[in-house]
Design a protein around this ligand. Sequence first.
Ligand code: NDP
Length: 328
Amino acid sequence: MENFKAVLISRDENKTQSVEIATLSQDDLMEGDVTVAVDYSTLNYKDGLAISGKSPVVRRWPMIPGIDMAGRVISSQSDQFKEGDEVILNGWGTGETHLGAYSQVSRVKSDWLIHKPEGLSAAQCMGIGTAGYTSMLCVMALEKAGLTPESGPILVTGAAGGVGSVAIALLAKLGYHVIASTGRASEEDYLKSLGAAELIDREELSGPARPLNKERWAGAVDAVGSHTLANVLSMTKYGGAVAACGLAQGMDLPSSVAPFILRGVSLHGIDSVMAPKEKRLEAWSRLAELLETEKLDSITSVVNMEDVINAGNAIVEGKIRGRVIVKI
Ligand code: NDP
């Protein structure tokens, strides 16, 4: 495939951004030892930020967005991968500094790729995508901090979003009592079908936090940051743990040290982009084991490459439910 289609983000001399479907050739691709025919990608919040230009996610122009890919190896100079191998990639700066996944062909470093996990199709892997794999990293962090279903309820913020939806399904499958914090009461049936036992209105957590508040949960997966994370911490039980991965409300953390020094609460930062390979392999193998296909299908919808520009703008407006697979 010498010529192929891709979504391309460009900037003019006034730094005004435009996004289009372009025809490119393999000479336009960046360095890498493996070339992949991309079958599926997915839409993450970060892809929406890149497409809409709302945050400085893109650091090289022109850029092909798309931080996740699933596809087949077309050519390889690495002894880890051979032609025809089914592979996936999450993060590593694709769609930010390295040309990304909304492209029929991609050239990447072999160190960034892993073989597609057994038991999941390429489309299902992208249904999970970075958002779902980050949820798994959050759950692994809570487990490492010593939490078990007996410790008490776990709160999930940004519940109807991608990270939140998968986190609820994973925690429920592991036997936790899950409290879903959402601004969309209309999604009650959806969130309960994923395994949420209770819902709370995100407004309860979105204003300025007191240093300590009534203890309500043993732990949390937080995709929201800002005042929400501050409130989550102030309401975490003695000895509890919170995994912070997102900033949907904001990047600030207007909190105090009170939850840490008076209740022994621990805060665990989660990064999916540069996470080491062993952690990724563990996360993907657990996702394949824990995520029920029916639940995964119920949280995913599919768009074509042509539709991803509109969908990218919608995700930053909080209008997307669950996960969106992009058919390349
Ligand atoms: P989504 O847009 O799918 O979900 C975010 C959810 O947050 C929304 O659905 C909404 O949930 C809630 N939300 C949105 N705006 C606000 C607000 N102002 N106040 C409170 N809640 C709000 O995004 P993802 O789930 O894909 O990602 C969630 C976050 O995690 C993002 O910030 C993303 O950048 C980050 N992330 C970080 C990663 C890492 O490696 N650390 C990897 C992947 C994602 P509801 O409607 O239920 O209230």
